[in-house]
Design a protein around this ligand. Structure first.
Ligand code: IPE
Ligand code: MG
Length: 229
């Protein structure tokens, strides 16, 4: 979810104004994904690198996320959405916010609709390091380590590989997002800034995804036929 700061600056407002405006986009996209039948939606809300922002901005984000989580908890629950938080390990996260995250996970834990993963204080590399540590602690012999056993030690190992990554604001970077899980993801980079992103933009991204040929390093059956002499 990128472009909040630029959205605000283009309106001669402080960056925090853009973060506040992001709430409407978040809710619209969650509802659009759920009604489109998306099973797993992950939102990258705060990265391990975002701690490097000015403390006023970081503090603002912590308060904003707390307000949004509390405000929409029952909307999410009523729609059968199961909520999870990926990351959330840094002691700088305010205790009240960590409690709100835990409460929302408990409230929605048995829901069987879409799984919404909010990546907060998330870093793909940090997850890989944590998985390596967990694997070593488990005493797994080196020869027994496969991609699958390694993936089993990542946080939320039931999360399927990412099919589509949408990065708004025209930036074309991964920025340490779910590095393991995006290995074969398709990518779209809509130019729209996140606070302006709505259901219609999300559906356009889904449409673009459906038009892609996903080969996973192989060839499609009709290509095999076409290349025969
Ligand atoms: C994304 O918008 C929100 C967070 C990373 C919390 P940015 O704050 O990165 O906005 P730009 O990239 O400066 O426009
Ligand atoms: Mg940005």
């Amino acid at each position: 979810m990128d472009g909040n700061g630029r959205w605000a600056q283009s309106r001669a407002q402080p960056r925090t104004f853009g973060h506040s405006a992001a709430e409407a986009a978040v809710i619209d996209v969650i509802e659009a994904a759920r009604s489109a039948g998306v099973g797993w939606l992950s939102l990258y809300a705060f990265s391990t690198e975002n701690w490097g922002r000015p403390s006023t901005e970081v503090d603002f984000l912590m308060r904003l996320v707390r307000r949004v989580v509390r405000k929409h908890a029952f909307f999410l629950h009523a729609r059968g959405i199961r909520c999870r938080f990926l990351g959330v390990s840094d002691p700088r996260i305010p205790a009240e916010l960590a409690q709100d995250f835990a409460d929302l996970m408990t409230l929605t834990g048995d829901n069987r609709g879409m799984t919404l993963t909010v990546a907060f204080d998330h870093g793909g590399r940090a997850d890989i390091v944590a998985a390596a540590r967990s694997l070593l602690r488990s005493g797994t012999p080196a020869e027994a380590v496969t991609e699958q056993t390694f993936a089993d030690h990542l946080p939320y190992p039931d999360t399927p590989d990412v099919d589509l990554v949408i990065r708004t604001s025209g930036e074309q970077r991964i920025s340490n997002f779910m590095l393991w899980q995006v290995a074969y993801a398709e990518w779209v980079f809509p130019p729209v800034l996140w606070p302006d992103f709505r259901a219609s933009h999300f559906l356009e991204c889904l449409h673009a995804y459906r038009l892609r040929d996903r080969r996973f390093g192989g060839v499609l059956p009709d290509e095999i036929g076409a290349s025969r002499p």
